[in-house]
Design a binder for this molecule. Structure first.
Ligand SMILES: *[C@@H]1O[C@H](CO)[C@@H](O)[C@H](O)[C@H]1NC(C)=O
Ligand SMILES: *[C@@H]1O[C@H](CO)[C@@H](O)[C@H](O)[C@H]1NC(C)=O
Ligand SMILES: CC(=O)N[C@H]1CO[C@H](CO)[C@@H](O)[C@@H]1O
Length: 390
């Protein structure tokens, strides 16, 4: 396509520059005819260039999967239109940022789920929102992130019986203070019988299950203990980020050691965010596909358990690793906790990737476990220290 645009452009250039040599005839009428013929040609060529350019930009859009959200389409909720409208700044160009208008931000992939998005944006302004948090999450899981803001009141779940911190960290949480709509289970007892994810087997049972021993006792050589890891940070570990942190137990153990940890989690199959908050911990409702909403070099510790979306392409993991590296300060610790590498090959890929970051390997344990289907699975646990880069 690029080639065809180039060649048509060259032809046009040729047609323009070669006109004088082709019209040496003294006869006025003839040269006139010739001229009109040429200009006809030129306009045809120009048209072709236009068409090629349109095609090219269309291809580009397809390649990037990017399309501006077309709010002129029928059936688009009015509230979405209002939200997405650009607002010019009342005093003209802002001297500090250089912008002239405010643009509301919404994930570009929302375009692919316009029907769901319109359903999400269909509400009475100033009234109650529908009970649709699971619709919101469905949109996020389809890459529609960030979601647009809304002008309706989210459903209220009365939070009665919340306990004081730090008592709140390990006491059972009442079924009544979370929303169960859209979930198969309607109680924590029900969730206790299920394997929600690899990282959450009975993770809502803070009393009788294995959760209360996590990070204190090792089940395998891949399990590191919080105090061991904290001692590697030579006392400088104060704030941390736990990626996909289940029911918040990592943050709870850290809180007991006066380390503040933010736990990112979605509510897939269970009310993780409400549970974490009820424990007096900080839940962050976001998917792993978004750039972390933190500034560079701020965390003393990043903890990541399990998959890290490891099903994707190596590049996907690379983007994630670079973002983790970005938010971690130099000297800070990256704790890769039972990372599921599946097989040797993927472990090698991951190892190569980690080595590119030239972190200091404070701990490095590769373990194997037999899964339910009797296949051997490779797990990697490591504590890595971010170097000072110049
Ligand atoms: C823990 O186990 C005890 C004794 O089996 C039981 O009475 C209690 O309800 C359990 N607690 C939770 C939160 O499951
Ligand atoms: C946490 O901070 C409190 C208050 O400063 C202090 O009394 C306690 O000893 C600290 N705990 C740990 C494990 O450092
Ligand atoms: C380039 C071109 O078409 N030139 C023509 C212009 O008109 C005269 C008279 O009809 C022709 O002799 C030329 O060949």
């Amino acid at each position: 396509m690029l080639f065809s645009v180039l060649t048509t452009n060259l032809f046009a250039l040729y047609a323009f520059t070669s006109t004088p040599t082709q019209t040496p005839t003294p006869l006025h009428s003839n040269s006139h005819k010739n001229m009109s013929l040429i200009s006809q040609h030129v306009s045809l060529i120009l048209k072709e260039i236009q068409v090629s350019q349109n095609k090219l930009s269309k291809m580009e859009k397809q390649l990037l999967g990017y399309d501006n959200i077309d709010i002129s389409r029928p059936n688009v909720a009015n509230e979405l239109k209002f939200f997405l409208q650009h607002h010019t700044l009342p005093l003209g160009k802002d001297s500090r940022s250089g912008i002239t208008e405010m643009v509301a931000s919404v994930g570009h992939t929302c375009e692919k789920s316009m029907e769901l998005l319109s359903q999400y944006m269909n509400y009475k302004v100033g009234g109650a929102c529908n009970d649709d948090w699971s619709l919101a999450q469905k949109l996020i899981l389809r890459g529609c992130e960030p979601l647009p803001r809304r002008r309706c009141f989210a459903r209220i779940v009365p939070k009665v019986g919340l306990l004081h911190f730090p008592l709140s960290l390990w006491k059972p949480i009442s079924d009544k203070i979370v929303s169960w709509s859209g979930l198969n289970c309607k109680s924590f007892a029900c969730l206790g019988t299920k394997k929600i994810s690899n990282d959450c087997v009975g993770c809502f049972d803070l009393v009788n299950g294995t959760e209360k021993y996590r990070f204190l006792r090792a089940k395998s050589k891949n399990d590191f203990l919080v105090d061991d890891v904290l001692s590697l940070g030579s006392g400088g570990i104060r704030i941390g980020f736990d990626i996909d942190g289940g029911s918040g137990t990592f943050a709870a153990r850290m809180a007991e050691r006066n380390v503040t940890v933010v736990t990112s989690s979605l509510n897939v199959d269970a009310p993780f965010n409400e549970f974490i908050a009820a424990r007096g911990l900080f839940p962050l409702f976001m998917s792993l596909d978004q750039r972390f909403p933190f500034y560079d070099n701020v965390f003393d510790l990043v903890h990541a358990a399990n998959e890290l979306g490891s099903g994707g392409k190596p590049e996907k993991l690379e983007f994630l690793m670079f973002d983790i590296d970005r938010i971690l300060r130099s000297g800070g610790l990256f704790w890769l906790d039972n990372f599921h590498c599946v097989d040797e090959e993927r472990k090698k890929t991951l190892t190569r990737l980690i080595e590119r970051f030239s972190y200091k390997k404070l701990k490095w344990v590769v373990g194997e476990r037999i899964d339910e289907s009797r296949k051997s699975q490779v797990y990697l646990s490591a504590v890595l220290q971010k170097p000072v880069r110049v």
